[in-house]
Design a binder for this molecule. Structure first.
Ligand code: ZN
Length: 319
């Protein structure tokens, strides 16, 4: 109640001040972000200084997105475009061209150490899960794994790149943007520490998780978890019968207890794998898209916390 009352007093004052502020300060920066994870980060750092349009919405799949005329119009009116890069948005260059957008594109993964699309994660005993993911890969971005945001250390690099892009687009707002960025970085530090602390008691050899597509390579590397997936880093590829059979053998051999279906993926394949191996289906996890605002992963940080809770619940033996 108090806050509402104070806010109602402050509002006319803010409105009055805005009259005297230069237009550059009053106008929010119009930002187009390619998918929800990036859109959230832009909002965290931009606060009231930005108006964000996100192209691929909650639970959407940015690997195989078909841009719409409305997307082209949003780009046409934008001051800044924010994209992941690393081949995530195979459609972005065509969209930029079609929209006539001539402004800057902040690529959030700039400066991230990319891992190769086909690269195995560090864990040994994992090389027989079949790596000729070449089949069905019509997409042109197999060189790098694009899911760099799955390591919080990389998310901090994303935040830095977003800050840089916003400050360049609106230098007059630099102070508030820098303050928001510092506060967000502190939150990222906290969630990173939480992930490490929660996984620590679980022996490394037991940290094995099956997901529907290979979206957790950076998570694997950062937090010492082994992820197995029947398809590669893009959802465009389809797992062959051979891929699935290999994975089933490996799940049995390594006694993996749970498989996870990502919210962007078709659950049927993993349900089949679960039936045939006796592994149980863990909770839904979020890899490439956030949930709707009232869901469990409305922000990047909520997503990381939600996934961590799902993974640790499945990996911790019931006592
Ligand atoms: Zn993906």
């Amino acid at each position: 109640m108090k806050r509402t009352f104070a806010a109602s007093l402050a509002a006319p004052l803010v409105a009055a001040l805005a009259l005297f502020a230069p237009p550059a300060l009053a106008e929010p920066v119009k930002v187009v972000a390619t998918f929800t994870i990036l859109g959230d980060m832009v909002r965290q750092i931009g606060g009231d200084e930005v108006a964000v349009t996100t192209l691929v919405g909650p639970d959407g799949d940015a690997h195989v997105y078909e841009p719409t005329p409305a997307d082209a119009r949003a780009l046409g009116a934008a001051n800044l475009v924010v994209a992941n890069g690393l081949g995530m948005e195979g459609w972005i260059d065509r969209l930029v061209k079609a929209s006539g957008y001539k402004g800057p594109v902040a690529v959030t993964s700039t400066g991230v150490k990319p891992i190769a699309g086909e690269e195995e994660h560090e864990e040994k005993g994992h090389d027989d899960h079949g790596h000729d993911h070449g089949h069905g890969h019509a997409h042109d971005h197999g060189a790098h794994d694009p899911h760099a945001w799955q390591s919080v250390a990389n998310a901090k690099i994303y935040a830095d790149n977003i800050l840089k892009g916003l400050v360049a687009a609106a230098p007059a707002k630099a102070d508030v943007l820098r303050a928001n960025h510092a506060a967000y970085r502190a939150k990222l530090d906290a969630v990173e520490a939480e992930i490490k602390a929660a996984l620590k008691p679980i022996p490394r050899k037991d940290r094995k998780i099956v997901t529907s597509h290979d979206a957790f390579g950076y998570y694997a590397k950062a937090y010492g978890v082994t992820f197995l997936a029947p398809v590669g880093v893009s959802t465009e590829a389809e797992a062959s019968a051979g891929d699935i059979a290999r994975l089933i053998r490996q799940i049995k051999k390594e006694k993996i207890k749970a498989v996870f279906v990502e919210t962007i993926a078709d659950p049927r394949m993993l349900e089949q794998i679960a039936r045939e191996t006796g592994a149980r289906i863990g909770g839904r996890v979020y890899s490439d898209a956030l949930s709707a605002a009232d869901g469990p992963a409305a922000t990047y940080i909520d997503m990381m916390r939600h996934n961590l809770a799902q993974f640790t619940k499945a990996l911790t033996p019931a006592s």
